[in-house]
Each structure stands twice: as C-alpha cells, then as structure tokens.
Design a protein around this ligand. Structure first.
Ligand code: HEM
Length: 148
C-alpha cells in the first residue's frame, strides 16, 4: 500500500471517529434533552462522515488500486497531485467541521471565513485527486497495481 494511501486511510479513520462521536452527541441532545441540532452542527457531522471518511477512503484506495500509468512513466513514492490532494482534503475537512461546530456557539467574525476556506480546500483536494488519477483511468490488465 503506497504511503499516500495510508495517509488518506488514517485521516479517514480520524474523521469517522469525530463524525460518529458528533452524531451521537447530537442524537443524545435531540432525543434526551429536546435540543435540535443547528444546520451548522448537522453539516459538520455529515461532512466529516461523507467527505472526511467516504471520499478519503475512495481517494486512498483508488490511488493504490487503479492501473499504474503507462510503461515508461516514472513511478514516484509520493505523487505530487496526490499529496496536494491529501494536504487540501484532510485539513480542509477538519477545518470546516471545526469551524462549523464553533459557529454553533460563537459569532466570531473569523468563523464564516474559516468555514468557506475549509470548503474551498475540500474542492481543491478533490480536483487534485482527480488530476492524480487522470493517467490511471484505462483498461485493467494494462499494468500491475502500485506496489510502493
Ligand atoms: C456512516 C454513517 C453516517 C452517515 C453517512 C450519516 C449522514 C448524515 C447526514 C447526511 C445527515 C444530514 C441529514 C439531514 O439533515 O437531512 C445526518 C444527520 C444526523 N446524523 Fe448522521 N450519519 C451517519 C451516522 C450517524 C450516527 C452513528 C449517528 C448517531 C449515533 C448519527 C446522528 C445524526 C443526527 C443526530 C443527525 C441530525 C438529524 C437532525 O436533523 O435532527 N449519524 N447524518
């Protein structure tokens, strides 16, 4: 498994833990104390689970399992677009979720900027992952799987 895949899977596990913990907290407050989650809290939970976990697992496994680039293309341990993807997607998702949770209790003017900044990083991260995979979308059997 390539190092960048391990990075994606590690941050996916962290996001899952945070997302499910937040979901449980929201459920307890709603059902036992009658406090309905604000849209910001629901968004933080949903994006931790769906982008932080589902998308990062898909990205990490695709970067590992998709056919290698054509013969002659140098194989690098940490492909630049994949690394850019991780550096945008993982911190972007955590930044956005953290700022959305803080928005639920604080009116600090920096928070909306942080939420938008985190969301923009998520977009850039997904674009970078697609760019990292662009030469690897081709018929199976055309090359071995990544063995880094
Ligand atoms: C992989 C697992 C999960 C996924 C993909 C997921 C996804 C979502 C999504 C998309 C929403 C927004 C729904 C909406 O507002 O219309 C949501 C809301 C919510 N989720 Fe999850 N969730 C997951 C697991 C959990 C777990 C395990 C809990 C609690 C133990 C939980 C508790 C909640 C609560 C309390 C809300 C807010 C619902 C409301 O508006 O009152 N979720 N979830």
């Amino acid at each position: 498994m390539p190092p960048v895949t391990r990075r994606f899977l590690a941050t996916a596990a962290l996001s899952l833990l945070l997302g499910l913990s937040l979901g449980l907290w929201l459920l307890v407050r709603r059902e036992l104390f009658g406090i309905w989650p604000t849209p910001h809290l629901t968004s933080a939970h949903a994006h931790l689970v769906l982008v932080g976990t589902v998308m990062q697992v898909i990205a990490g496994v695709a970067l590992w399992m998709f056919p290698l680039p054509r013969r002659g293309t140098p194989v690098v341990r940490e492909p630049p677009w994949a690394m850019i993807g991780w550096w945008c997607l993982a911190p972007g998702t955590l930044l956005r979720a953290g700022a959305e949770v803080a928005r639920a209790t604080s009116a600090a003017t920096a928070l909306p900027v942080l939420v938008v900044g985190g969301g923009a990083l998520q977009v850039l991260g997904m674009v970078a992952v697609v760019l990292a995979l662009r030469h690897r979308i081709r018929p199976a059997g055309a090359g071995a799987r990544a063995t880094l």
